[in-house]
Design a protein around this ligand. Structure first.
Ligand SMILES: *[C@@H]1O[C@H](CO)[C@@H](O)[C@H](O)[C@H]1NC(C)=O
Ligand SMILES: *[C@@H]1O[C@H](CO)[C@@H](O)[C@H](O)[C@H]1NC(C)=O
Ligand SMILES: *[C@@H]1O[C@H](CO)[C@@H](O)[C@H](O)[C@H]1NC(C)=O
Ligand SMILES: *[C@@H]1O[C@H](CO)[C@@H](O)[C@H](O)[C@H]1NC(C)=O
Ligand SMILES: *[C@@H]1O[C@H](CO)[C@@H](O)[C@H](O)[C@H]1NC(C)=O
Ligand SMILES: *[C@@H]1O[C@H](CO)[C@@H](O)[C@H](O)[C@H]1NC(C)=O
Length: 669
């Protein structure tokens, strides 16, 4: 994170809110400190042992310690002029106790005994497995292969189940194997007049490239303009830090591949739908009602989803979720009448869920026969990318069955996701693909929501963007902006603008980025992450309601109040702790409480578990040093969060020490 003692200084000098919150007489001192002090003055130090000396002679980039792995200043998550999000650590003591492996998670029945195996062209009976189903090897078990599809003809377009319509074809009987010629297939096997096994199969074979509204087949345009496939994969209800806690292997893999993590990605609505609407349409849920989705029982056919723009640009499109019941557009909604994308698996999922869905865990069936639904989706994505490896693809996929209800169930998916990415990479698919792995929000219920961190995490879903290696070379400015924006306040609206920029890559070449950076967009609600997100962006300009906003708001305490006094004393105590081993330095005492501001992030519940945070400015004696620090109060315990800054010059007061850290604090006796 921001390790530059510098930048906090620069920020102060540029007239940030923090500067405005400091009494006038000190502003002058900051300026002095910057002008005269920059070659030797260290403005702040961390509370750990890493100490940085800011020196003008040092090239700036040697100070750029920002690295994915580096533990950062934990007093903030992002810190910009317009928004500081409180610091959160993955295994905070209020959170640790919730992070247990999911003991109650069930395996799918017969998970290890997959009687029907398949590859991309065949389904066959695994004779080794027959005995587990009490079928003798030569027992004459017969299987019924039943293709099904989403019929074009619709009985009732106003039906709530219009998106669930299905047509099965006749059974084709087989005994040992069968060649597959359909996208969706149900297979059941009978022995001795009983069904011993039933499973659903999904085969993403290559389809002709239709354009919208016509049945004419067109060749997918394959001109020479460069493109990247775009794969967006959602995992429902995982905060940025819960992803760290529960899917560490996947995280590690993404890090290794250089994925960019958005630290300040703030949700804009409560649950999935109001967060995906901005991402897929660029508008608010409430705007949807005014435009393409007039009422709750309307279908979404008239809404201009982003995949339509990709389609027009010659991309195959895919939309897939791993739950029919909880489908984003179908949960208490009517879904689509027309088929929205080239590859649309709802018909399949719905049939599979209704007929072989099992192991219901709270909201979702987590198993399709003997296989987890999330695995079905992962395998499908892998097969689809393989089928379309020489075509353009925009795919939007959403996992919900495993992660929706329980904080730590995602632990069970970690290996699968990591292996999935590894395979996608080793097939070289990622060389030409922008992959976005993200969530809509953190977990919305359970005991963790009674903690402050749980409340904040709910509002801060994870986002990782993995760009192909050539991206950084070819779209250097866009890449650097994205990296920079990982530390800015961002939203699903921005994701819409970002994805839109990938429809035509000319939008993000260096020349174009320069031009666009020059246009005035700082107050826009949707800003592409390939452009610099303004530092002064606030929740208001980003259109994040106060209720969801995780940016700090300062509430000034009277400096005479007991709590302010307590906080100030604590800051001085921490200062003296730094000094205690240096007998040359005077013990400091509190001379004046200059300012105490409680840093609030949203409205806490009355009995919320967690810390409160105070920004404290004090003057100490002897020496009249002015210090600023952030303190966290948990019950009666006060901890220093991050750094203590010195806000005025120390001159030769600290001549007796040579340690640059101590030079800030020491008043020589
Ligand atoms: C399935 O097999 C794996 C190892 O092959 C084993 O660890 C696991 O316990 C088995 N699961 C069941 C339900 O038998
Ligand atoms: C799929 O399995 C069938 C039957 O076992 C086999 O003949 C075929 O070669 C396999 N196809 C691939 C692509 O592995
Ligand atoms: C297996 O089924 C076929 C056709 O239904 C039948 O002709 C044959 O006799 C059966 N064999 C055994 C061993 O039951
Ligand atoms: C940015 O805009 C200013 C004023 O409109 C213009 O002078 C300048 O050349 C522009 N810079 C770029 C890189 O387009
Ligand atoms: C910002 O919004 C304006 C008005 O809606 C629009 O014309 C402009 O293209 C947007 N700029 C960017 C960079 O998105
Ligand atoms: C942010 O700064 C830009 C100019 O740099 C200005 O146009 C804009 O109004 C500022 N936004 C806010 C919310 O202060």
């Amino acid at each position: 994170m921001c390790f530059f003692p510098f930048s906090s200084m620069a920020q102060l000098v540029k007239g940030s809110t923090r500067l405005r919150s400091i009494p006038v007489r000190f502003r002058y001192l900051f300026l002095l400190a910057t002008i005269f002090g920059s070659s030797f003055l260290l403005i702040s130090i961390t509370n750990r042992t890493e100490i940085l000396l800011v020196n003008n002679d040092q090239p700036l980039n040697s100070l750029d310690l920002h690295h994915y792995d580096l533990e950062h200043d934990t007093s903030f998550t992002i810190k910009t002029e317009g928004c500081t999000i409180p610091g959160l650590i993955a295994l905070d003591e209020t959170i640790k106790l919730f992070n247990h492996p999911p003991k109650d998670l069930k395996n799918c029945p017969n998970a290890n005994y997959t009687l029907l195996q398949h590859n991309e062209s065949h389904i066959w009976v695994d004779t080794e497995i027959l005995q587990y189903y009490n079928v003798p090897k030569d027992g004459n078990m017969s299987c019924c292969y039943k293709p099904f599809y989403r019929p074009k003809s619709i009985v009732n377009v106003f039906s709530e189940h219009v998106d669930d319509r299905v047509q099965y074809e006749d059974c084709v009987e087989f005994f040992s194997y069968i060649e597959v010629e359909h996208e969706f297939v149900r297979v059941s096997c009978d022995y001795d007049q009983k069904t011993v096994y039933e499973q659903y199969f999904l085969f993403p074979s290559k389809k002709p490239f239709h354009t919208f509204g016509e049945n004419k087949v067109r060749i997918q345009p394959q001109n020479d303009t460069p493109y990247y496939n775009v794969i967006v994969m959602g995992i429902d209800a995982i905060s940025r830090l819960n992803f760290h806690r529960t899917m560490p292997k996947t995280l590690e893999y993404l890090k290794k591949k250089g994925a960019i993590e958005l630290l300040g990605y703030n949700k804009v609505g409560d649950n999935t739908f109001p967060n995906l609407t901005p991402m897929l349409l660029g508008i608010k849920e409430t705007d949807l009602k005014r435009t393409c989705w007039p009422h709750d029982s309307a279908s979404f056919d008239n809404c201009p989803f982003i995949w339509q723009w990709f389609k027009e640009a010659g991309f195959y499109t895919a939309l897939g979720e791993d739950s029919a019941k909880l489908g984003t557009f179908n949960f208490a909604k009517y879904g689509f009448i027309k088929t929205p994308t080239d590859y649309y698996i709802r018909t399949f999922l719905h049939e599979a869920e209704v007929n072989v869905g099992n192991t219901k865990d709270f909201n979702s069936y987590i198993c399709m026969g003997n296989k987890y639904f999330y695995k079905v989706l992962l395998d499908y994505i892998e097969d689809l990318t393989s089928t379309l490896r020489y075509s353009k693809l925009f795919g939007f996929f959403w996992e919900v069955s495993m992660s929706h209800d329980y904080l730590t169930y995602p632990m069970a998916m970690d290996d699968s996701y990591k292996n999935f990415f590894e395979r996608l990479d080793s097939s070289n698919y990622l060389d030409n693909t922008v992959l976005v792995l993200l969530s809509d929000h953190g977990i919305r219920w359970g005991a963790i929501r009674l903690t402050k961190q749980g409340r904040l995490e709910e509002r801060l879903p994870f986002v990782h963007m993995l760009l192909p290696p050539s991206f950084q070379e070819n779209y250097n400015l866009a890449y650097n902006n994205l990296k920079q924006n990982s530390k800015r306040l961002t939203t699903p609206f921005d994701m819409y603008a970002t994805l839109s920029d990938l429809i035509n890559l000319e939008e993000i070449n260096n020349e174009k980025i320069k031009q666009r950076t020059n246009s005035s967009y700082t107050l826009n609600r949707s800003i592409s992450l390939f452009l610099p997100i303004p530092k002064n962006r606030t929740c208001k300009t980003a259109d994040i309601d106060d209720h969801w906003c995780t940016c700090h708001k300062g509430i000034k305490l009277s400096t005479k109040s007991l709590e302010a006094r307590d906080a100030a004393e604590q800051l001085v105590r921490h200062l003296n702790k730094y000094l205690e081993e240096y007998p040359h330095c005077a013990v400091l005492s509190l001379a004046e409480v200059l300012e105490v501001t409680e840093m609030m992030a949203g409205q806490p519940r009355k009995d919320e578990v967690g810390w409160r945070e105070f920004m404290v400015v004090v003057r100490t004696a002897p020496g009249d040093g002015v210090f600023e620090g952030t303190l966290r109060r948990r019950g009666d315990q006060w901890d220093l969060a991050g750094t203590i800054s010195r806000l005025n010059l120390y001159g030769d007061q600290s001549r007796c020490v040579h340690h640059y850290q101590l030079k800030l604090y020491c008043y020589c006796r």
